[in-house]
Design a protein around this ligand. Structure first.
Ligand SMILES: Nc1nc2c(ncn2[C@@H]2O[C@H](COP(=O)(O)OP(=O)(O)OP(=O)(O)O)[C@@H](O)[C@H]2O)c(=O)[nH]1
Ligand SMILES: [Mg+2]
Length: 250
């Protein structure tokens, strides 16, 4: 069972207009500052925040209850003029948890009117999270032939392909920077990692490595996924044949 919290800035569109036209730099500063604060607040509680189009945030929030979310809202209020709404949902897969949270918001299922929190809190004790950490093998060598902007095109095409592939497996893909992607994964997503690696190798000539981590908290899952990825690198760098997928569980 996975719980997601989707955070959105309230009435952001109309508010941006109040800043006048010389606003883009201010919006970028606001969005980046908000992300810093959210990552600090949620990671303290062993969760992980994922950027969604810079002005919306997905949180793998397993283990967090309503009180935790209220506490974070109170802390944000001290630092920002803008307000966030939080929509919570849970399901047996990350994509369905996203639908559950969306349904809670659409139907106005209020968890806290005062603090703008909607949806459903998971009370089941089964709260494991699985994260896949994908990374391109030897991206550095591509820099010899391709300029920085051309490399971005390669990475964003890959992002699009990964998002589509894993959404069909009820999993959610996020771009983490550089050549790194993290998928909040369903059981089906995890089972299909090798197929995706083969697909990208065949169609795009890109070699991917994937570390898989399953943890009691989202942070633990991400940490184990990254440890798995680093293990693939260690095996490769020791001169042995490397696996493309490596998995660690809590
Ligand atoms: N978000 C995130 N970025 C990382 C991580 N590790 C490295 N990066 C960034 O990813 C970019 C590419 O680095 P690497 O993947 O180490 O380079 P590479 O040449 O592809 O080397 P290998 O992946 O070891 O084959 C760099 O810009 C790093 O800053 C990580 O764990 N998370
Ligand atoms: Mg790499």
């Amino acid at each position: 069972m996975i719980q997601l919290s989707i955070l959105k800035i309230n009435d952001y569109g109309p508010w941006t207009l109040t800043l006048g036209s010389d606003r883009e730099h201010e919006l970028q500063i606001l969005q980046a500052s908000l992300f810093i604060e959210l990552q600090k607040e949620f990671s303290k509680k062993n969760c992980l925040v994922f950027l969604n189009r810079a002005d919306e945030f997905f949180v793998a929030s397993n283990g967090l209850d309503l009180e935790d979310h209220i506490e974070i809202q109170k802390n944000l209020k001290k630092k920002f003029d803008i307000k966030l709404s939080m929509s919570l949902g849970y399901a047996d897969s990350p994509f369905k948890a996203n639908l559950h949270a969306y349904e809670g918001r659409k139907k106005n299922v209020s968890l806290s009117e005062k603090y703008n929190i909607f949806g459903f809190v998971n009370t089941s004790p089964d709260t494991k999270t699985t994260i896949l950490h994908f990374d391109v093998e030897d991206l550095s060598s591509k820099r010899i032939k391709l300029s920085p902007f051309e490399i971005s095109l390669v990475i964003f095409k890959l992002y699009s392909k990964m998002t589509q592939f894993f959404m069909k497996k009820n999993s959610l893909t996020f771009f983490m920077g550089g050549d790194n992607f993290m998928v909040i994964s369903s059981i089906d997503g995890k089972k299909n990692v090798k197929d995706f690696i083969e697909l990208v190798k065949r169609e795009d000539g890109i070699i991917l490595n994937c570390g898989v981590g399953t943890g009691k908290t989202p942070r633990e899952a991400a940490s184990l996924a990254t440890k798995s990825l680093d293990t693939i690198r260690k095996i490769r760098d020791s001169g042995k044949e490397k696996p493309e997928v490596y998995e660690l569980q809590c």
